[in-house]
Design a protein. Structure first.
Length: 219
């Protein structure tokens, strides 16, 4: 029991540290909430399950099954290690410049379509697409509802990255959510760009065409 208690405390400490160190600050509270919900939910379900097993096969065999489950857990730990000791720089990088607008945009306007134009050596198109997969994951995590990468058939090497965000305020939050680790991924993507100037970024906000149509219909 003493060794079991030591193992329990060590494991719990590792889990608690791991869940707080592998996520950025802006999402840490949500990550902790999901972790605690999953942990205590599975603990309650596991208690009911082992109680049912003990009723059917007896306590000695149930404990043997639990011990076998612990051994399987050790094997799984090699496959899915905790990333507690990884030195991840999850501080906000704040390297995204503010969108260039001529008038103030209402925070609730949207959705917002952001496009980024890249010029890439056609021979490195495969490498570029692979790098963009990782950047897609970051953008979706930070609030993008949709993401796409389009190639121009009339101009080989010209690519247009697009992602859709719910509102203008949500897109501004994306600017604050990008970490230094994310910046390294973006810099790798930008390294494929061969243009003389940086990739062109455009922000487009959806128009409420139905409302405009009703205004024109009035006498």
């Amino acid at each position: 029991m003493i060794f079991g208690g030591i193992a329990w405390m060590t494991t719990m400490s590792s889990f608690n540290i791991g869940v707080q160190t592998v996520v950025p600050e802006w999402v840490r509270a949500r990550a902790l909430a999901i972790y605690l919900l999953s942990f205590f939910g599975t603990m309650a379900a596991g208690s009911a399950l082992w109680g049912l097993v003990a009723e059917r096969v007896g306590i000695p065999l149930t404990l043997l099954c639990a011990a076998a489950g612990l051994l399987l857990g050790l094997i799984a730990a090699a496959r899915f290690p905790l990333r507690v000791n990884e030195e991840l720089d999850l501080n906000p990088s704040l390297h995204w410049s503010e969108p260039n607008v001529v008038s103030e945009v209402h925070p609730e306007r949207g959705p917002v379509l952001v496009t980024v134009e890249y010029l890439v050596d056609p021979e490195r198109a495969g490498e570029f697409a692979e790098a963009m997969k990782e950047f897609e994951r970051i953008l979706r995590r930070d609030g993008a509802m949709r993401w796409g990468l389009f190639a121009d058939p009339a101009r080989p090497g010209r690519y247009l990255e697009t992602f859709l965000v719910e509102s203008w305020a949500e897109h501004l939050r994306q600017h604050a959510r990008v970490t230094n680790e994310d910046r390294a991924v973006q810099e790798r993507v930008r390294s494929f760009h061969t243009g003389d100037s940086p990739p062109v970024v455009t922000h487009l906000i959806a128009e409420d065409t139905s409302r405009r149509g009703r205004r024109r219909a009035r006498p």
